[in-house]
Design a protein around this ligand. Structure first.
Ligand code: ADP
Ligand code: SF4
Length: 690
């Protein structure tokens, strides 16, 4: 197949200062939890993006100096010359495929507590750091400003030495000292670096000029700028100072990389924002500058991308998450394989990896973060050693991914599903408010297996130990999922919650299959991810009186990692859901739920016609145990049947099973590790290096 001419425009080369991008697909900076700590993992992940056709592949935030030390986040570093080889590895990898490598230099200022370096953080004005640490940043004097300019310049020279083609000046997301100087919210200075926009932009202008002076003859200078901080009059707005700034510096950088701020707004989840949600903020930028403009908006459709270029909104289609979910997106458009694009679902599990300081993971792309350490390629997989048969039972995310990947390996796969539809838990969960895009996880896989002659799918096929045995497959994989527990067993109550037999108790499965509780309803969320808050939203939206009780201090607490927590709590408050935080549910009686404060121990009774328990799930493992008792069948469990978890974990589990089937002698540690090189133990080192 070849490219649809409608998409030709996406493959035009674009000049960026002294360098040329071969097409309009641009992987904007994104963190990945690997960075400087797992450099080969990071480099191989970026290489695969370049192999997949992205014309520009950039780093995550790269620190320029110990006074802007964003530990424990695992970004890049160019503090010293010894940091150069780490990033050179990425540049070499990206260049292998004719892509340009970009480097996002940053000084995090008041965003960083300098936990590792123990330097005093720097800011335009005295201020506590944005991390919860009891640390204060000091106001920069004029010599500090000169220092920062020098550090940035030195880092730019190092970046060029590492091999980068595009060097960023970062003024976005409220994550950089330059953006803190720009922001009227943070900059209280009264000298010529504070006050008017002209003054607040002085540092940005100087750093842009310094960078051009240092490396602008061979490297393009990109400016990453958040045109709107979504703070109204307290911050920059796209119809106010955000626009004024672009007009002021219109021709200074070689490229404008524009978005909205902070990160939680730029990387909004699909639950809260549709694809293209940033367009209204940045649409005017191209009318103000002749320089190329890149913007983002979780674009996965080539039609939407082509329209953005044709309509003069963007020159480059920027992507972080769509390039994570499908590193081969450009190549698939090029080859006319649109149906094969693995579209991002906007869940931000990728962000959760970085926020937990571990390698990135992705719901849609189980190979993300595993490219180097496991040698997993997103498009290729080793063929089966033998043309054997595999019976997979259960067609949720894990079963479908196992079927897809085993089918790709050449196994003869039978997928048996007891219900009339494919998709498992996502059949119902995708209907919850805001989760429609999550359905792409199963839609993509259903389409893929439908194209494989060696994968047969049987619906309405409940399997038992007897039918499994009768079927006689050489391998059996159980992907039978899990059900929410009705007894309250969970984190806070490992032995369950006493329930009177006459009380009305429901689980998420009841609600998901259409059973609406009678109000007033008490939801007990001991799970802390999306389900408790989402069911509260659903029921309150239906006009039911809802109280949400959770032992956590905040609603849906873990969603802090997916940048959604504040939005979820705000939405529940808007819907009038009563929130009882830091409380455990201790007993359930007819029309009464008793809760206890986690601090004072004081108990309170709540009027509850129904109680909805969101605590934990129990794996469907009866079939597994029945098979153990029967002769000759050895089954492998995957996904929620093995241990209930995220959809990302289920997809990963299905993929891993497919990669490992038929492999023998699997090592105890099933991936390569990258250990730090031991430095000299010489204790004579001094600040001067003598
Ligand atoms: P996961 O997230 O691990 O993929 P799901 O709960 O989404 O798990 O999917 C499990 C699927 O397994 C469901 O579609 C369910 O109908 C199916 N299933 C469970 N038990 C059987 C069985 N004995 N025979 C066939 N299908 C089954
Ligand atoms: Fe998209 Fe979710 Fe993958 Fe992130 S984890 S790239 S949001 S599908």
């Amino acid at each position: 197949m070849s490219r649809d001419p409608r998409y030709d425009i996406l493959f035009e080369p674009v000049q960026i200062g002294p360098v040329t991008a071969k097409n309009r697909f641009y992987q904007v900076p994104h963190c990945n939890g690997m960075g400087r700590s797992y450099p080969s993992s990071m480099a191989e992940m970026r290489r695969i993006k370049a192999e997949g056709g992205w014309a520009v592949v950039t780093t995550e935030e790269v620190e320029i100096h110990p006074s802007g030390d964003h530990s424990p986040w695992m970004g890049g570093r160019l503090w010293e010359d010894c940091d150069i080889p780490v990033l050179a590895r990425m540049c070499d990898a990206v260049h292998q495929h004719g892509a340009l490598a970009g480097c996002e230099l940053n000084h995090a200022g008041v965003m960083a507590a300098n936990r590792y370096s123990r330097d005093v953080p720097l800011a335009p004005s005295h201020s506590p750091v944005a991390m919860p640490d009891p640390v204060q940043a000091r106001a920069m004097d004029l010599s500090d400003i000169q220092d920062l300019r020098r550090w940035h310049r030195q880092a730019a020279v190092r970046a060029r030495e590492a091999g980068f083609d595009i060097i960023y000046v970062y003024a976005g997301h409220q994550l950089s000292t330059i953006s803190h100087f720009l922001s009227p919210y943070r900059n209280r200075r009264t000298d010529h670096y504070g006050g008017s926009l002209e003054n607040r932009a002085r540092l940005l202008r100087e750093v842009l000029e310094d960078t051009r002076d240092a490396v602008g003859d061979t490297c393009a200078i990109a400016l990453r700028f958040s045109v709107d901080e979504l703070m109204g009059a307290d911050g920059m707005t796209s119809d106010g100072e955000g626009r004024d700034l672009v007009e002021m510096l219109a021709e200074v950088p070689d490229l404008w990389d524009v978005n909205i701020s902070g990160w939680e707004n730029d990387s909004a989840t699909s639950r809260f924002k549709a694809s293209g949600y940033q367009e209204d903020y940045i649409r005017w930028v191209k009318g103000v500058t002749t320089k190329p403009v890149v913007g983002v908006g979780r674009y996965t459709s080539p039609d939407a991308m082509a329209a953005l270029v044709k309509d003069g909104v963007l020159d480059f289609i920027g992507a972080a998450r769509p390039s994570i979910a499908d590193p081969f997106l450009p190549k698939k458009v090029q080859e006319g394989r649109i149906e094969d694009i693995r579209e991002c679902i906007g869940c931000n599990i990728c962000v959760s990896g970085d926020n937990s300081f571990v390698p990135i993971r992705c719901t849609q792309n189980p190979t993300m973060g595993e490219e180097w350490r496991k040698g997993w390629h997103p498009e290729h997989i080793a063929p089966a050693h033998e043309q054997e048969s595999v019976l997979i039972i259960g067609a949720g995310p894990s079963g479908l991914e196992a079927a897809r990947a085993l089918g790709q390996r050449g196994y003869r796969v039978t997928l048996a599903e007891r219900s009339k539809d494919l998709g498992g838990r996502l059949i119902t969960e995708r209907k919850l408010p805001g989760l429609a895009e999550w359905g792409r996880v199963v839609d993509y896989r259903i389409w893929q297996v439908s194209q494989m002659p060696n994968v047969e799918v049987f619906l309405d096929s409940e399997m038992s130990a007897a039918t499994v045995q009768e079927f006689g497959a050489q391998h059996v994989v159980l992907a039978t999922g899990a059900s929410w527990t009705r007894d309250g067993v969970g984190r806070e109550n490992p032995r369950g919650i006493p329930v009177d037999a006459k009380a009305q108790v429901l689980t998420p499965d009841d609600v998901l299959t259409g059973n609406r509780p009678k109000g007033p309803v008490v939801i007990f969320d001991d799970d802390h991810f999306y389900m408790g808050g989402l069911l509260a939203e659903l029921l309150a939206g239906d006009g039911i009186d809802v109280t949400l009780v959770t032992p956590a201090a905040r609603v849906s607490e873990w969603t802090e990692n997916t940048l959604e927590q504040h939005r979820i709590q705000a939405r529940l408050m808007q819907l009038g859901v009563r929130l009882i935080l830091s409380h455990n549910l201790t007993s359930i009686d007819p029309n009464i739920a008793t809760v206890r404060c986690g601090y004072s121990g004081k108990t309170t009774t709540l009027n509850a016609r129904s109680v909805l328990l969101v605590t934990m799930r129990t794996p469907h493992e009866d079939l597994f145990h029945d098979l153990i008792l029967s002769d000759g069948v050895r089954a492998t469990r995957i996904g929620d049947c093995l241990a209930p978890g995220t959809i990302a974990a289920a997809v990963y589990s299905g993929h891993r099973c497919a990669r490992e089937l038929g492999e023998t002698d699997l090592p105890n540690v099933p991936f390569r590790r990258e250990l730090p090189a031991l430095a000299s133990f010489d204790m004579d080192w001094t600040q001067n290096g003598s």
